[in-house]
Design a protein around this ligand. Structure first.
Ligand SMILES: [Zn+2]
Length: 178
């Protein structure tokens, strides 16, 4: 199955500066309907900063995240996936068995859903995902760590988040075919 191309164009000005970011427009199929997904991509980091079904939402979420992670002002940035998906219900972490602080933070930032397909996750079962794999230079910074489900885990393999998203046209079903 050939994925429709992910169109990318530079974003400039304001929080985005002169050359560091692109807006990607990706055709998708959601519940059998054609739809479009917008992603803001940080080029030098090779990471997806925000994903939304509305262009303005994607840009606004990316601006908020960039402000929140500006190095000097906030040494411990704490961005949440609820900023990326307005209206999403945050799942409070109330684990029955001990969960590491890092896992809890990643889970809470993700709003308790998979970063890639938005399926609901359990705090005991999700994977902490490096958007950019360690093998490709990814680190443990908050922007690089997201929560994901195991179907997305096995479908993504060692691709970067951007490569992975570029190869997806619909939801969980195409992940299973991958
Ligand atoms: Zn998933």
């Amino acid at each position: 199955m050939n994925a429709p191309p992910m169109l990318r164009r530079p974003i400039m000005g304001g929080a985005f500066g002169q050359a560091g970011f692109e807006l990607a427009t990706q055709p998708t199929i959601t519940n059998g309907l054609h739809a479009v997904r917008f992603m803001v991509i940080h080029l030098t980091a090779g990471q997806i900063v925000s994903i939304a079904e509305d262009k303005r939402e994607a840009l606004a979420a990316a601006r908020d995240l960039l402000k929140a992670t500006a190095p000097a002002q906030q040494p411990e940035p704490n961005w949440r996936q609820s900023d990326l998906w307005p209206g999403i219900q945050l799942v409070p972490s109330t684990p029955q068995t001990p969960v590491s602080r890092r896992r809890r933070e990643v889970f809470e930032r993700s709003g308790g859903v998979c970063f890639y397909c938005r399926c609901r996750l359990s705090i005991h079962a999700f994977e902490v995902e490096h958007q950019r794999p360690r093998a490709l230079g990814g680190d443990d910074s908050p922007i690089n760590l997201v929560a994901r489900c195991s179907p997305c885990n096995s479908a993504k393999r060692d691709r970067t988040a951007i490569e992975f998203m570029a190869g997806q046209t619909s939801g969980r079903q195409s992940f299973r075919q991958a």
